[in-house]
Design a protein around this ligand. Structure first.
Ligand code: PAZ
Length: 300
């Protein structure tokens, strides 16, 4: 990997030993593993960071998918951007931002206060997530910068190589395609006395490293986002064949939460879910798990 990229790496990642312990525990219980990456990455412009580049990702795809993997008894490492949506928490957050979807009125008022209970759907999600926590089947790993993301991904993917074909790497994070070379990284806030011209380099192709080096037997699910239909399928196909990802999920920015295409073995299947219907992540995860089962059976 480019030394100008790895120059940002730290000597020891904060959750290094928790990750190793967690994975060892899941191996002992012979659980299948899903590593779910989620949210966007930042590219800081200064060490004492005042300014940084960022992207649009909310973390919904990753957080919802993690819940569905847990529902299907997978152990989950949830590698997520700090501050983006998290499994369970995203449902509780809706209590404040969108209470109507989470609360059902009990239909009576006591001492001037209306009483509510959570919807059956939210209740079921809470119970299921609580069970996963009790069984220690989920580990959340926060990152912020593209460098932290890459370093954690290398650690987690390499440590999960022992799961061989039983691990799914579900790469839903929106990772910056560009980074600032370490030589151009400033320590302190840049002055605004003159125009700022930045030259960014291409981020190493982490998907390729996953397949080639870190976890060659894992089942890899990659995601491709575009903003135009004209380029979407072609670019998804190119990235799939370059990286060797087993499944490529292609989506367009503005409709990503109700329409995606799943590309597998050269076949493209469209999945569409209106907003009011089932969450699209449920359908994506069902399709991924079905293909993962075939991948496991092919080895028997
Ligand atoms: O995080 P979110 O739910 O707002 O968006 C999901 C997504 C568009 C980031 C994901 O589906 C995706 O396409 N990730 C890969 C993006 C890319 O690097 O092309």
């Amino acid at each position: 990997m480019d030394p100008s990229f790895t120059a940002y790496y730290v000597a020891e990642l904060p959750l290094q030993s928790s990750i190793r312990n967690f994975l060892e525990r899941q191996r002992r219980f012979q659980r299948n593993l899903a590593v779910v990456s989620s949210g966007g990455t930042t590219v800081p412009l200064e060490k004492h960071t005042v300014r940084f580049l960022d992207n649009f990702s909310t973390g919904r795809r990753g957080a919802a998918s993690a819940e569905y993997f847990l529902e299907s008894e997978y152990a989950v490492v949830f590698l997520y951007r700090e501050g983006s949506l998290r499994p369970l928490q995203r449902r509780l957050a809706k209590l404040v931002t969108d209470p109507v979807t989470v609360l059902v009125s009990e239909g009576h008022i006591k001492e001037g206060v209306a009483s509510f209970r959570v919807t059956a759907d939210a209740q079921a999600a809470l119970v299921q997530y609580e069970r996963a926590l009790k069984e220690e089947r989920v580990l959340e790993v926060p990152f912020c910068t593209v460098y932290e993301y890459a370093q954690y991904l290398e650690l987690i993917a390499s440590a999960s190589a022992v799961f061989e074909r039983n691990a799914i790497l579900y790469m839903a994070a929106a990772v910056s395609d560009f980074y600032l070379r370490f030589e151009d990284f400033k320590s302190h806030k840049r002055t605004s006395d003159s125009a700022l011209v930045l030259k960014l380099s291409c981020t190493p192709k982490l998907l390729d490293l996953l397949r080639e080096l870190w976890a060659p037997q894992a089942f890899v699910v990659a995601f491709k986002l575009e903003t135009s239909m004209e380029t979407l399928h072609e670019r998804a196909q190119l990235t799939a064949s370059r990286s060797g990802a087993h499944i490529m999920v292609a989506n367009l920015l503005h409709e990503r939460h109700h329409r995606v295409w799943i590309l597998e073995n050269g076949r493209m299947e469209e999945i569409e879910c209106p907003e009011s219907d089932t969450e699209i992540e449920k359908r994506i995860v069902e399709a991924v798990i079905a293909s993962h089962r075939c991948y496991l059976d092919a080895d028997r």
